[in-house]
Design a protein around this ligand. Structure first.
Ligand SMILES: Nc1ncnc2c1ncn2[C@@H]1O[C@H](COP(=O)(O)OP(=O)(O)OP(=O)(O)O)[C@@H](O)[C@H]1O
Ligand SMILES: [Mg+2]
Length: 767
């Protein structure tokens, strides 16, 4: 048999051998979907398809890089375009920038740059924001863009005050981006989708150029991505999508599960292949994952089996607090390494939000366990790095207003807010970029002569730097930091922090040198600088992850997608964290949280430990942690549980005085705080928060006033107890104040609870 097909099972082989026509590979975790994608590319090449006719898309740079590596192994010497959606979008857009009114040298704004632009627009155009924060408004714009609603098409809904603010801010923001020849991340897809829609000849050309399109993790595509893929597969419908609806975890970024669920409808005669054998995990791990995901209502059931061993039982451990949790994990890892049983890179620690990593980092350090934190963007997000890169941005794209604002007074040149305001007004009035406005500084009304001179000096600096833009990137950055005085200011400072800033800038020079070496001879006339900037703009979470180093990996659940590790620790499996507190009022969001937990669990090959704590210090507050509702949905009885001598006997409610009788019976929903109501914009507040950048609000124990009445409880109902966690009502007895429920708690076992005196809450009927 062809060696390419040897390491594939029958269903995988069928998918690999499929050449023409739409193909959907629908399968659970660890079943070889990604393997099929790489082997299919190799097979296409073998069939004589030219490498340039193949386009493979995925979501993270890491995944793209890994795919490229595997293809290279299977088909040495072939250069297939394997990319993330955003990089692909950026590349295509540079080829056709004129069609959407952008300069070819457009800048890609990151979240903070686009937020700043939005704020400036709101201020300059005096748009009434009705107290909505820029983040909320930005989320509204982003959500519209992900649904492919352009600024002209956006219609406010009368039921949503936020949408009427968005309706004013969106067009103004978009206009400003265009004037700066800049795009935000969403635009990379929006512009391309629109370009393909409005220019049939361009669409047809690209459709024929990319004869075979492959997409991994198709379940995470949003509307814009869907439209792009559709446009590239009309005349040549050779789209192969692989995905798992149960692993869709980017709903907050507009991912639309219907894209995968409707594939067969959208692409007639699609061949659908299901892969049912999991090669990754033990039976014990797979069983728990399967049970958990079975609680999602909105899903198609899938069969998944493994011939792997039963494996060790999953460990479910309760620790006293997060330090105990972290140091126990570090100790276990240390011991396994010392005994020679495992190496550091066998381990991964996952958490729902980045803020939870700190105690784990500290403990690993204390136990001298090498580790790497996967936290994208960090380097390029540092202030000093952004400052220096902003000069490069301005050289590359003189219309870039954000870069202008960032550099004009950094290092300090005595150009103050008043000067900038006058400049900004002028730029708005005449519709010019700030740099052009600064060129006319002498003519600007209300600008002092001294200020005008300073602005002219700055313009001269930028022009001087721009004249050298065509050289190697390292030299460009070298002259930026020297000529601007940026380096000198750091050198002269006594501040410790400035010393470390200086070191970071040296690091940036090294980074640029590496880029120059990698791309030697590839670019001409300044294109190198643009390519380098693009690299810094489109880094994502998994970029700084080295899989060949012997270190423990620390990452958020979102970043873990597609990866696998022999031993996985999932920490803080607690209510309010996983599931995230924000999801508690919304069934759809709760299901997405469940999928996130599912993704985490299914990364584990041999061993999995789930842990939680009794007390967690969080955002400066100490609170009693409640076990995650998801634990109740897993086979905890067969797990190796250890509550570390922690009992569930303490009653924190003793400290509360019972309120007067009549208050006990008030409607718990009547006084629901405004901000806990679900809304679209709350659902997508900020990408950063949801991807784990920020912490959820700590959940406070409900006040006794909000207790429920015995009538609120019924048989089989899921309930939450602040101390025992989640449970199900097995039986009810007695009446009135003596009415009691016998509840089977996931962790604390069976308890009889007198309802009138309990803090028990129903959890059903949400969403
Ligand atoms: N036929 C096979 N024989 C042996 N090992 C296999 C086979 N197919 C896949 N594997 C291995 O199983 C593991 C999971 O494969 P892969 O990562 O492709 O799964 P996946 O379906 O993409 O998973 P996920 O949904 O988590 O992305 C990998 O280590 C892969 O090498
Ligand atoms: Mg995969």
């Amino acid at each position: 048999m062809d060696p390419l097909l040897q390491k594939l099972n029958a269903a995988q082989r069928e998918a690999v051998l499929h050449v023409d026509g739409p193909l959907l590979i629908l399968a659970g975790p660890g079943s070889g979907k990604t393997r099929v994608v790489t082997h299919r590319i190799a097979h296409l090449l073998k069939q004589g398809v030219h490498a340039s006719q193949i386009l493979a898309l995925t979501f993270t740079n890491k995944a793209a890089q890994e795919m490229r590596r595997r293809v290279e192994q299977l088909a040495p010497g072939e250069r297939v375009w394997v990319s993330t959606f955003h990089r692909f979008g950026a590349r295509l857009l540079r080829e056709r920038a004129d069609l959407v009114g952008l300069g070819q040298n457009f800048t890609i704004y990151d979240t903070s740059d686009s937020r700043q632009t939005l704020k400036r627009v709101i201020e300059a155009e005096k748009i009434p924001t009705m107290h909505y924060t820029a983040d909320r408004i930005a989320a509204g714009i982003s959500s519209a863009k992900n649904k492919l609603i352009t600024a002209d098409e956006y219609q406010p809904r009368s039921s949503s005050p936020l949408s009427s603010v968005v309706a004013r801010a969106y067009p103004a923001y978009q206009e400003r981006l265009l004037a700066s020849s800049a795009v935000d991340f969403d635009d990379l897809l929006l512009h391309v989708a629109k370009l393909l829609k409005d220019n049939p000849e361009v669409r047809a050309e690209l459709d024929s150029r990319f004869r075979y399109v492959l997409v991994d993790e198709y379940q995470d595509t949003n509307r814009a991505q869907y439209v792009i893929l559709r446009a590239l597969s009309l005349d040549y419908p050779n789209l192969a999508a692989t995905g798992d609806p149960d692993q869709s975890i980017y709903g907050w970024r507009g991912a639309d599960l219907n894209n995968i669920l409707d594939f067969e409808k959208d692409y007639g005669q699609a061949k659908v292949i299901r892969l049912e054998q999991n090669y990754r995990s033990t039976k014990a791990i797979l069983r728990a994952a399967d049970m958990l995901i079975g609680h999602n209502q909105r899903r198609k059931k899938k069969a998944l089996f493994t011939e792997n061993d039963e494996g060790a039982p999953i460990r479910l451990v309760t620790y006293a607090d997060q330090d105990a949790e972290a140091s126990a994990i570090a100790q276990q890892i240390r011991a396994a390494i010392d005994s020679g049983e495992r190496k550091a890179s066998d381990f991964a620690v996952f958490y729902r939000i980045n803020a939870l990593s700190r105690s784990v980092e500290r403990a690993l350090r204390a136990h001298r366990v090498p580790f790497q934190m996967v936290r994208g963007q960090e380097f390029y997000q540092r202030k000093e790095i952004k400052d220096v890169l902003a000069y490069c941005q301005l050289i590359n794209n003189p219309k870039d207003d954000v870069a202008f604002v960032r550099t004009v007074n950094s290092p300090t040149r005595g150009i103050g807010k008043k000067t900038l305001d006058a400049l900004n007004d002028h730029a708005y009035r005449y519709g010019t970029p700030l740099l052009d406005a600064a060129r006319e500084a002498g003519l600007i009304e209300g600008l002092a002569k001294r200020s005008a001179t300073k602005l002219s000096q700055f313009v001269a600096l930028v022009e001087k730097l721009a004249s050298r833009a065509a050289g190697p990137v390292e030299e460009v950055i070298g002259s930026v930091i020297t000529e601007s005085g940026y380096r000198q200011r750091l050198v002269d400072s006594d501040d410790e922090e400035d010393a470390s800033r200086l070191a970071n800038i040296e690091e940036l020079l090294t980074d640029a040198r590496q880029f120059d070496e990698e791309s030697e001879g590839e670019f001409e006339g300044g294109a190198g600088l643009e390519e380098y900037l693009e690299r810094t703009w489109l880094v994502n979470e998994t970029d700084n992850w080295e899989d060949d180093s012997d270190k423990v990996t620390l990452m958020t659940l979102h970043a873990a997608k597609g990866l696998e590790f022999p031993v996985v620790y999932l920490v803080a499996v607690e209510d309010g964290i996983l599931p995230h507190e924000r999801s508690s009022m919304d069934t759809q969001q709760l299901e997405e949280e469940r999928r996130l937990a599912f993704v985490g669990i299914t990364r584990a090959e041999q061993q999995l430990q789930l842990s939680l704590v009794r007390r967690r210090d969080f955002r400066g507050q100490r609170r009693m942690a409640v076990p995650s509702s998801f634990l109740m949905e897993m086979p905890t009885a067969e797990m190796d549980t250890d509550h570390g001598g922690q009992t569930f006997e303490i009653d924190p409610w003793e400290q509360f005085e019972l309120p007067p009788e009549e208050e006990v019976w008030t409607d718990p929903n009547a006084a629901e705080p405004e901000e806990s109501k679900p809304s679209i914009s709350a659902a997508i507040t900020t990408a950063a928060e949801l991807s784990g950048e920020a912490a959820p609000k700590p959940s406070h124990p409900p006040q006794p006033h909000t207790r429920f009445s015995p009538d609120d409880f019924s048989l089989d109902m899921t309930v939450r107890h602040p101390e025992y966690g989640l449970g199900k009502i097995k039986s009810l007895s007695g009446a009135g104040k003596r009415r009691a429920a016998t509840v089977e708690f996931a962790l604390a076992g069976e308890r009889r609870i007198v309802l009138a005196h309990s803090p028990l809450e129903p959890v059903g009927n949400k969403g």
